[in-house]
Each structure stands twice: as C-alpha cells, then as structure tokens.
Design a protein around this ligand. Structure first.
Ligand SMILES: N[C@@H](CCC(=O)N[C@@H](CS)C(=O)NCC(=O)O)C(=O)O
Length: 309
C-alpha cells in the first residue's frame, strides 16, 4: 500500500520506544522515512509539529502527527492492516501489554541501564532527563539498586519465557503480535547498553531464541531526510484527519472543544488545541504554529490526561 505523504519517524537510534516502531515497520515491511533527532532537547524543528510534546518517537504523515508508540502503532495497523499485529484474537490483550512493558518493566530496565552505566552517563543527558521527569535523575541511587533491579528484571523476563515455554514461535502463538514487539523493546534496550546482557538472559533459552527471531525481522525499508525537510512537508500539507465524535465519551467532549492533552507519567507538557476526533483509544487535536501551519496531533487515551483548556 502506498500513501501520498511518506510515513516519517522522528527518532534516535538508541531509543527503545523507537525500536518498537522500527520492528513494526519490519513486520509489516513498510517503506518509511527516517528523521534522526537529538537524544536531548532542544528539537527546534520537531516542536512546531507536536505542539510541544517532547517524547520520542513521533510519527508524521503530512500534517498529521502521532505521539506515543501506542498511538503510532495503532495508526500503522490501520494504514497497513496486513499482516496484523493482533492475530488469534489478541487485540485487547496485546494492546494492554504496553501498560506492563512501557511502564513497570521499562522503569526496571531504565534503572538497570543507567545504574550500570553509572559515571559514564553524560551530564547533559542527566540534566535533560531531570527536566523530563520533573524529579532528580539519581544515577548513584540507581547503581545502588542494581541487585533489586536484577531480581525484578528476572521476574519480568521469566514471564516472557513462560509464554514461550511450549515451544511456540511468538508470545501469542504462531504469528508475531504486538505482545512480542512490546516485550522485545526492553530486551533490546538491555542488549544495546549492557555488556552483561548475555549473563542476565542465560537461563532463558526460549527468550533468547525469540529475541534473535525478532532481531532478524529488521526495520522495513527506509530512507533519510532532515528534520527541517520534514517540517517543510508538514507546512505544505493539509491534515487529513476526519472529524469523529464519540457519543459515549464519559465527559461529553466533542469536536470543536478546546482541550489540553498531556502524559500522566513524565514529560508532562500540555499540548493545547481543538478536538478534531476522539474515541476510547485516541484523541486528535488541531494545533497551529507559524512554521508548520495547521497540524492535527494525535494521542492515545490510556496513560494520558485530557483537560478543559
Ligand atoms: N509512552 C511513550 C514513552 C516514550 C519515551 O519515554 N521515550 C523516551 C526515549 S526512548 C523519551 O521520550 N525520552 C526523552 C526524550 O527523548 O525526549 C511512548 O510509548 O512513546
């Protein structure tokens, strides 16, 4: 399937959340355009697109912008339904795994990675992540907690191992699903940063075979453009998101309402705009910037707050 505007991913190589999306590109053999962004702020050519949302990755299709991997992957599934990320009736459970893999398990792997890197963590990254979290990014405390983090990591990985114990190829059966992509992100992250990853995974033979299978999936077909070229693409496009109401919205929100949207965990920057479309799983708001023109910025609902503006 081809689309008029390219599928653009704003990401950086070492970003585990970006790796989730790159693996989905691989599983669906999608052609995409890569914009490599800095690992820390500022990102002057990206902020006009997101209305200020600052987490990585962000997907752009013309003047439609998708924030958070939940939202990005949902949109990729809509645009490229085959092969599905929800085989064997796994849509609900596979989507819900993000609340495990992206929060509890990810906090565990973040602690392990930064605690192990210890004084190799650059000062500018620490300062940036303190701003992101609104709290001290306490690397020495993470280093001190490594024994507990190892215990917890082991428990999490054992769940993956248990899911593969009957010799199945993927966590939800004979076809890869979002369960695999979500869980793999954390294994990839540990592997990418920790020289003792082999030792940490040694007892989990099925997980190691599954990890190698996921690595072999690759990242689809990509070419690269600059962040300013991506901004020009948005400026030259019109948002394509159609208006959509949700008669069951528990707060009676509707297209045209002005709201502010932000994550409920970290990077709590409010993005404001008028609602264009909403459902139980997404909200899209219209935002304007002199450099990008009008854009529609999409967010997931789980893990996000929608506040009246
Ligand atoms: N729930 C978000 C989490 C994204 C996230 O935390 N990404 C990390 C990088 S892997 C991040 O934003 N770090 C700070 C930054 O890049 O500004 C998602 O699924 O996209």
């Amino acid at each position: 399937m081809t689309t008029a505007s390219p599928i653009i991913l704003h990401h950086f190589e070492k970003s585990p959340f970006s790796e989730k999306v790159r693996v989905v590109f691989g599983l669906k053999n999608i052609e995409w355009t890569s914009v490599l962004i800095s690992r820390i702020m500022p990102r002057p050519d990206l902020m006009p697109l997101t209305g200020g949302y600052r987490r990585t990755p962000v997907m752009q299709v013309g003047a439609d912008i998708y924030c958070d991997t939940q939202c990005i992957i949902r949109e990729l599934e809509r645009r490229f339904p085959e092969p599905t990320l929800f085989p064997n009736g796994y849509e609900g459970l596979a989507s819900a795994t993000a609340m495990w893999t992206d929060r509890s398990l990810f906090q565990n792997t973040v602690n392990l990675v930064f605690g192990s890197l210890a004084d190799q963590v650059p000062q500018d990254l620490i300062a940036d992540r303190e701003k992101l979290r609104g709290a001290k990014f306490d690397v020495p405390a993470m280093t001190a907690a490594i024994p507990q983090m190892r215990d917890q990591f082991r428990a999490h990985v054992q769940w993956i191992e248990a899911q593969l114990a009957d010799g199945r190829t993927w966590m939800s059966g004979d076809k890869a699903s979002l369960c695999d992509v979500n869980a793999y992100m954390n294994i990839w992250y540990v592997r990418a940063h920790l020289p003792n990853a082999d030792e940490m995974l040694a007892e989990f033979g099925n997980t190691r075979t599954w990890e190698a299978r996921l690595r072999a999936v690759g990242h689809g077909r990509s070419s690269e453009i600059s962040a300013s070229a991506a901004l020009d693409i948005a400026a030259g496009a019109r948002p394509q998101t159609a208006e959509l109401s949700d008669p069951n919205d528990p707060n009676g929100r509707k297209p045209g309402d002005r709201v502010e949207v932000m994550p409920d965990d970290y990077g709590k920057i409010k993005v404001s705009g008028e609602i264009v479309a909403l459902s139980s799983q997404h909200i899209a708001i219209r935002s304007r910037d002199p450099r990008s023109g009008e854009v529609v910025v999409h967010f997931p609902r789980a893990g996000f707050l929608v506040l009246p503006a």
